[in-house]
Design a protein around this ligand. Sequence first.
Ligand SMILES: Nc1ncnc2c1ncn2[C@@H]1O[C@H](COP(=O)(O)OP(=O)(O)OP(=O)(O)O)[C@@H](O)[C@H]1O
Ligand SMILES: [Mg+2]
Length: 253
Amino acid sequence: MAKVVAIANQKGGVGKTTTAVNISACLSYIGKKVLLVDIDPQGNATSGAGIEKGDVDECIYNLLVEDTSVEQVIRQSSVENLDVVPSTIQLSGAEIELVSTISREIRLKKALSEMDDEYDYMIIDCPPSLGLLTINALTASDSVLIPVQCEYYALEGLSQLLNTIRLVQKHLNTDLEIEGVLLTMLDARTNLGIQVIEEVKKYFREKVFETIIPRNIRLGEAPSYGLPIILYDAKSKGAQVYLDLAKEVVTGG
Ligand SMILES: Nc1ncnc2c1ncn2[C@@H]1O[C@H](COP(=O)(O)OP(=O)(O)OP(=O)(O)O)[C@@H](O)[C@H]1O
Ligand SMILES: [Mg+2]
């Protein structure tokens, strides 16, 4: 049985995709079979995992809206043991098209359950919104990992996210848990970063991952080569911290 983890925060640019791609690659690196599911129309996780979006015929859109089987959509990535359900800009229309679809919130869950025995982990990269795509991700997941950027206003918007998680728990997925809160893009040279860490820990307590992701130039560069950090620069700080995070997730940290 695969463990399904959604990477979600409706705030843009907090490190969701960087985390989804790199935790997926690091889980594969330590021997797990992983499916990275891109449910963001921007398709950044797709290209970050080395898949050329222009070459994708059938993507997650077809799976959500047209009942295409997940097997038909899955692609191999540049990493051994890591497969991808790609997304393209086509998905941007899905939210509106799904509105009139029967069981619109459980489309992804149904599709992924077909592949449940094939993988150890499924990691879902969510878009920066709390619409039907993110609801589909939360409904399909066992847990949600929340990246929070170490900057001023870090906690802003999190109450809306927690509210959405509670609604999903109540109506669609009673078993959904919070995997943890991940602090990202820490600039250790500033006091602000330290303050944000304290603030987030005060609020989320033991739910905060021990691993903190620093700002690391190599992490920012890797996507333009279509490579996860563990392949782009295995010796970098970025590779080390995402490997630590993957281990924390596996051991239940
Ligand atoms: N730890 C890091 N160090 C340096 N750059 C980073 C780090 N994490 C993310 N970035 C860069 O910051 C930008 C935003 O990160 P990312 O795309 O992962 O965020 P996101 O939450 O997925 O954004 P969106 O909400 O648009 O989907 C990207 O250019 C990424 O390469
Ligand atoms: Mg993203």
